[in-house]
Design a protein around this ligand. Structure first.
Ligand code: ADP
Ligand code: MG
Length: 242
């Protein structure tokens, strides 16, 4: 009989991660041995002051950049050293990204902005044959984030909160298992930021979506299940951070 191993419920982990940037000839260590992980369905926040390495860590977890030392594990399997093509594939199929400044394309309306990752994923011909189904899905996610009344609007005609909702709908289109959010409320007033946090919490609860969110704001960080703290490129005790 084969032995049944216990399920590993760690969705993503960083093991001894180090990242060094260069300023000219000078080495700037940004991450200095990070160990952290998020469980499946967990909503984890990462707090730290500006420059503490939060964005760098999120980029390494989401395969937008590669570490100099250490490993990134997805469900226990190392992913940071995979060939670039496999990493691209994983990035598209597993991760959804949300950024502080939304990264919407100004010349496209909301519906087309939500569809852009699909346009990139498929060939022109495939996209053309699937476009009806994809548009339906885009409308579904736009409805989920509460923007059905804005579908033909361009980003310049949307408020900050609406642009972030659009960016969330675009991330959901790829049916991510893990949502990585970099200061998603950083450019929003407290009330609008609260609405975005409610939306993220709802997605986490309803879809068991694992969320890792970076913020410098304690009040925002507290709305996640658990918070870890970065200080000068290391995981620090929460109480030590102002
Ligand atoms: P945070 O998101 O916590 O504000 P970052 O991860 O963006 O911090 O940056 C951490 C440090 O790394 C900062 O000192 C920043 O200037 C530096 N840094 C970030 N990206 C680069 C880069 N591509 N090249 C050189 N230095 C960088
Ligand atoms: Mg940052």
């Amino acid at each position: 009989m084969t032995e049944i191993l216990p399920m590993n419920d760690e969705h993503i982990s960083a093991v001894a991660l180090e990242k060094i940037y260069f300023k000219g000839e000078i080495q700037v260590p940004v991450l200095r041995g990070i160990r952290m992980s998020a469980k499946k369905g967990e909503f984890l926040s990462i707090i730290g002051q500006s420059g503490s390495g939060k964005s760098t860590l999120l980029h390494l977890l989401g395969l937008l950049d590669t570490p100099d030392v250490g490993e990134v594990l997805l469900e226990g399997q190392r992913i940071d050293d995979l060939p670039p093509r496999v990493r691209d594939e994983l990035r598209n199929r597993v991760f959804g990204f949300i950024f502080q400044f939304y990264h919407l394309l100004p010349e496209l309306n909301l519906l087309d902005n939500v569809l852009t990752p699909q346009m990139i994923r498929y060939s022109i011909r495939e996209y053309w044959t699937k476009r009806k189904e994809l548009k339906e899905r885009a409308r579904y996610f736009i409805d989920q984030v509460g923007l059905s009344h804005r579908i033909t609007h361009k980003p310049s005609e949307l408020s900050g909160g609406e642009m972030q909702r659009a960016a969330i709908a675009r991330a959901l289109m790829g049916e991510p298992k893990l949502l990585l959010a970099d200061e998603p409320t950083g450019n929003l007033d407290v009330g609008t930021g609260g609405e975005i946090m409610e939306l993220l919490n709802r997605l986490n609860e309803e879809q068991q979506l694992t969320i890792i969110m970076v913020t410098h704001d304690r009040a925002v960080a507290k709305q996640a299940h658990r918070t870890i703290c970065l200080q000068e490129g290391k995981v620090a005790k929460l109480a030590e951070v102002a």
